[in-house]
Design a protein around this ligand. Structure first.
Ligand code: LFR
Length: 491
C-alpha cells in the first residue's frame, strides 16, 4: 500500500487529498480543505501565498495526527501566475492573481512589438490576456521594482515547493503556460526572452512531471515534527493533472475539464503549430508523459459562481444545487451569451453584464435567478459543441463522445445539456480530476504504475463514470444555429 498526498489549489478552495493505492485500487480522502480567496489590496488582486503555505503545513500535520505514513507529496494549481525570489532567497512582493486588471491592454501593446504569429510559432500557446508573458510585460511597463529585485522566476506551485524544500525548480506543464517556453526546442525561448528584455537567468531548468524536486527541508520537518518525504514535480498545472486523470480507454479522446474554467481538447504527441490552430486560438500546453494538451479555454462555471457572489452581496444566498434546480424550472433555450466575451473575465456583477450582452446582441435579457442560471448553463453547453467540433477539425478525427472530469460534473444538468448539445454521449468522472492526476503521477514516479495508461486504467477501475446519452436533438440543433448567430461565430 502507498499513501501519497496531493495539494490542489483551486479557485473555490484548496484541498489536501490523501491517496491510497492498494492492489491497483485508488482511494481518495480529503484531509484538509481551506479557502483560497484572492486578496484585494488597493488596486491589485493578490494570492494569499503565505496563508496557503501555512495551510499546506496544516495538511501535513493532519496526516501526522491521523498516524498516516506518507511516501511523497506534490502540489498543483492554476497556471500562469508566479512570484520572484530575490538574491537573499526571499519572496519579492506578493504575487498577483491573473484576474487582476494590471494586464489590461498589455497583450495588444506587446503585439506592436512582437507579432502574435511569432509568439505562437515559438510557443504554441493560445492568446489569453493574462498569460505570464503579458503579466511580465505589464510589470515592465509599470516599472515594477520586482523586476529589479527578482533573481529567480517561480510559478505558484514551484514557489510553494521551494518554501517546503529549499530547492528552486520550474515545472514543465506550468512553464508552457507562460507563453515563453519553446516546445520544439524543449526549453525556455531565448529569443522571446531577449525580445522582451527578460534575463534568461531568472528561468531555471525545467522538470518534467514525475521528477523528484526535493524533499521536505530539515526546518519544515522540525517545525511540524514529521519525517522528511520526497516532493515531486507532477503536472503542476491543474488542467494537466485533470487530463492525466481522464479514464479513457481510447488512445485518442476528447476531454472537458470542467470547473471554474472549462478546458476542452485532446491529447497530442506533438504541438500543433500551424496557422489554423493559431486562428482558432487553440493552445498546446505541456502534459504528462511527453504529451501536449491541444485545447481551448472556455470561461466555465466562473460566470455562475460570480452571479452567486453578486446575489449574495444583494442578500440572496443560493447553493449551487438550488441554482441548478431554478435553472431546470426556467423556460428552455431563450437567450444566449458567448461565455468567452471579454466582459465576463474580471470578477464583478455578472447578472448586469449578461443583461448588457443580451442588449448588445438584440436578445431579451434573462431576469429571474433561474433564467440567468439557465442562460449561462445552456450557453456553456452550446459553446462546448462549438469547441468540440473545432477540436475534431484541428486534430482531423471524429470522437465517439466526450470525457468530462472535474467538480463541474456534479452539475448533472450541465452534463446532460452537454450531451444534448454535442449530440454524443458524455462520460462523466472522476470529479476530483486534478487531485487524482496529481496522485497518479506520484505513483508513476514511485514505480507503482508503469505508465499513464496503467494509471488511467486504475482510475477507471476505482471511480464511477456516469453516462449521459444525448436527447432533444432537434431543439438543441435549432438553438445551436441561433447561438452561432448571436455570438457572431456563424460568420
Ligand atoms: C484552470 C486553469 C486553466 C488556465 C487558468 C488560468 O484552473 O489552470 O487551465 O488557463 O486556470 O491559470
Amino acid at each position: 500500500m502507498s499513501n501519497v498526498l496531493a495539494f490542489d489549489l483551486g479557485a473555490s478552495s484548496g484541498r489536501a487529498l490523501l491517496g491510497r493505492l492498494t492492489d491497483g485500487k485508488i482511494e481518495v480522502e480529503e484531509l484538509h480543505r481551506f479557502p483560497n480567496d484572492p486578496v484585494q489590496v488597493g488596486d491589485r488582486l493578490h494570492w494569499d501565498i503565505l496563508r496557503l503555505y501555512h495551510e499546506i503545513k496544516q495538511g501535513l500535520l493532519k496526516a501526522k495526527h491521523q498516524g498516516i505514513e506518507l511516501q511523497s507529496m506534490a502540489i498543483d494549481s492554476w497556471a500562469v501566475d508566479f512570484g520572484f525570489i530575490g538574491k537573499n532567497g526571499e519572496l519579492v512582493g506578493n504575487p498577483y492573481h491573473y484576474r487582476d486588471r494590471h494586464t489590461e491592454g498589455a497583450m495588444d501593446s506587446l503585439f506592436a512589438q512582437i507579432p502574435p504569429s511569432v509568439i505562437f510559432a515559438r510557443t504554441g500557446i493560445q492568446f489569453l490576456p493574462f498569460n505570464t508573458i503579458y503579466q511580465l510585460f505589464a510589470l515592465k511597463q509599470a516599472n515594477s521594482p520586482w523586476l529589479q529585485e527578482g533573481n529567480r522566476f517561480l510559478m505558484i506551485p514551484d514557489l510553494l515547493r521551494y518554501f517546503l524544500t529549499g530547492e528552486m525548480h520550474n515545472e514543465f506543464t506550468n512553464a508552457t503556460t507562460t507563453q515563453l517556453y519553446n516546445p520544439v526546442e524543449g526549453k525556455w525561448d531565448a529569443e522571446l526572452l531577449r525580445m522582451l528584455d527578460l534575463p534568461a537567468s531568472w528561468f531555471g531548468n525545467v522538470l518534467k512531471p514525475g521528477a523528484k524536486a526535493g524533499s521536505l527541508s530539515h526546518s519544515v520537518c522540525e517545525e511540524l515534527g514529521i519525517p522528511s518525504i520526497p516532493v515531486y514535480a507532477v503536472a503542476e498545472h491543474d488542467t494537466g493533472s485533470a487530463v492525466a486523470a481522464v479514464p479513457a480507454t481510447e488512445s485518442s479522446f476528447a476531454y472537458l475539464s470542467c470547473g471554474t474554467w472549462s478546458l476542452m481538447g485532446t491529447e497530442v504527441d506533438k504541438p500543433v503549430l500551424h496557422d489554423l490552430a493559431r486562428k482558432l486560438n487553440f493552445t498546446n500546453e505541456g502534459g504528462v508523459a511527453d504529451t501536449y494538451r491541444l485545447l481551448k479555454n472556455i470561461m466555465g462555471l466562473w460566470i455562475l459562481q460570480e452571479c452567486r457572489r453578486e446575489w449574495e452581496r444583494e442578500g440572496k444566498s443560493y447553493s449551487f444545487p438550488e441554482l441548478v434546480q431554478l435553472a431546470s424550472e426556467a423556460k428552455p433555450l431563450q437567450s444566449f451569451i458567448d461565455p468567452d466575451d471579454a466582459s465576463f473575465l474580471p470578477p464583478g456583477d455578472m447578472p448586469s453584464r449578461i443583461a448588457e450582452y443580451c442588449g448588445r446582441t438584440g436578445q431579451k435579457a434573462p431576469e429571474t435567478t433561474g433564467e440567468i442560471a439557465r442562460c449561462i448553463l445552456e450557453s456553456l453547453a452550446l459553446k462546448y459543441r462549438y469547441v468540440f467540433e473545432m477540436t475534431e477539425r484541428l486534430s482531423a478525427q471524429r470522437f465517439q463522445g466526450l470525457h468530462m472530469v472535474g467538480g463541474g460534473i456534479q452539475n448533472t444538468l450541465l452534463c446532460q445539456w452537454t450531451a444534448n448539445a454535442i449530440g454524443k454521449p458524455v462520460w462523466a468522472g472522476p470529479s476530483e480530476g486534478s487531485a487524482i492526476g496529481n496522485l497518479v503521477v506520484q505513483w508513476i514516479a514511485q514505480g507503482a504504475f508503469a505508465n499513464i495508461g496503467e494509471a488511467r486504467k486504475a482510475i477507471r477501475d476505482s471511480f464511477p463514470v456516469a453516462v449521459y446519452e444525448p436527447s432533444e436533438s432537434e431543439a438543441w440543433s435549432g438553438a445551436y444555429e441561433r447561438f452561432l448567430n448571436v455570438t457572431g461565430f456563424a460568420e
